[in-house]
Ligand binder design. Structure first.
Ligand code: COI
Length: 358
């Protein structure tokens, strides 16, 4: 373990923190954060600080050229178990894949783990305890070099902040607008990286989706606008003839850790898993003919969220027969029971954290 510097002020910030009854997603911030910097090819000592504002120069490269990446993972503490963090090693691998794409340095495994584990250990009392709720961890890295030339930054900051969170979707039914015009990503682009810019690029469509009365945007491939990709922040799955179908991974889809875990659990439950290119127009025919009975979104924040209907910009709605998600709910329970420590962790997915106090 590397040495770590702990600001004694975190004790007060933890003491003052109270968990509100309604959490939502990402609205309440936990009282502790971790921070370290990268300069001259080296990472500094990790620090734990009270959650609060940070300062940087207005010419920090991240503010101009968006050299920024992030991750999302969760710590669970339900029924007196935990906290448990779910598959942080996978988040670390993906963080470094994103870092490479965005010309940023790798973060060593030990540093990434220590930052997330220590923040969780000191924040144990802030992890919500109702099933489905958790402490959402948000590790992120951004370019801090003060210069306006378009060159990769040589200085970075890595941080972990937390947010005690409940359900991602506040409304019951999730509706999805098929985005037939814009594109989120292209072959050779940055779509597979968890880079802030990808999410910024999805927001104009998010406004349109909301204005038309729908909840999420479904992105198609950038070239032909034909094959389903993902939902910015969630992967997409469909139950067709009782098999689980999902778009195969390519460089414009973010490879979800929840996606990967669900595919493992589905195979374990004897469900046939098909990863393939999914033509949106074929899927619509399958839904109309009731070959496709349910579709759902999956991701760290959303866990598994059944979708009520797909929609076109014309206002046409394509409802799902099993819009409450029969298979989706079975898979959700299989996943959540492992994440919450209620089922045996046969894949070694969870990392138990020993709570710490100052
Ligand atoms: C996550 O599930 O962690 C995500 O990345 C979605 C987030 C952008 C809200």
């Amino acid at each position: 373990m590397n040495k770590i510097k702990i600001d004694p002020a975190i004790a007060d910030s933890i003491k003052k923190f109270t968990l509100p009854d309604y959490l939502g997603f990402g609205q309440v911030m936990g009282p502790v954060m971790a921070s370290c910097t990268y300069e001259n090819g080296k990472w500094s000592e990790l620090e734990l600080l009270p959650y609060g504002p940070i300062s940087m120069y207005p010419n920090a490269k991240v503010l101009h050229y968006a050299q920024e990446i992030f991750e999302g993972m969760k710590a669970y503490r339900v029924d007196g178990h935990g906290p448990y963090i779910f598959r942080p090693d996978e988040n670390h691998l993906r963080f470094n894949r994103s870092a490479e794409r965005m010309a940023m340095p790798h973060i060593p495994f030990d540093l990434f783990m220590q930052a997330n584990l220590e923040v969780t250990a000191y924040s144990a009392s802030c992890v919500p305890k109702r099933s489905g709720e958790s402490l959402y961890l948000r590790p992120f890295m951004f370019a801090t070099e003060e210069a306006l030339g378009i060159k990769p930054s040589e200085k970075f900051r890595f941080m972990v902040i937390t947010s005690p969170s409940g359900s991602y979707f506040s409304t019951g039914g999730v509706s999805v607008l098929i985005e037939r015009h814009g594109a989120r990503a292209f072959p050779g682009g940055t779509g597979y990286a968890k880079a802030g810019g990808n999410y910024a690029a999805s927001l104009q469509a998010a406004i349109k989706t909301k204005q038309l009365g729908f909840v999420q945007t479904l992105w198609l491939d950038g070239k032909e606008k034909k094959y389903i990709e993902e939902m910015s922040g969630m992967n997409f799955m469909a139950v067709i003839n009782n098999e689980l179908h999902t778009p195969e991974i390519n460089d414009s889809i973010l490879e979800g850790i929840t996606r990967k875990s669900i595919l493992t659990l589905a195979r374990e439950a004897g469900i046939k898993v098909v990863e393939r290119k999914m033509d949106i127009n074929e899927l619509i025919l399958d839904i109309k003919a009731h070959r496709c009975t349910e579709v759902f979104a999956c991701g760290t924040a959303a866990i598994i969220a059944p979708i009520d209907y797909l929609a076109e910009e014309t206002g046409e709605r394509i409802p799902l027969r099993d819009n409450e998600g029969k298979m989706a709910l079975v898979l959700r329970e299989m996943l959540l029971s492992i994440q919450e420590g209620r089922a045996s962790d046969k894949y070694n997915w969870i990392v138990p954290i020993e709570p710490k106090h100052l």
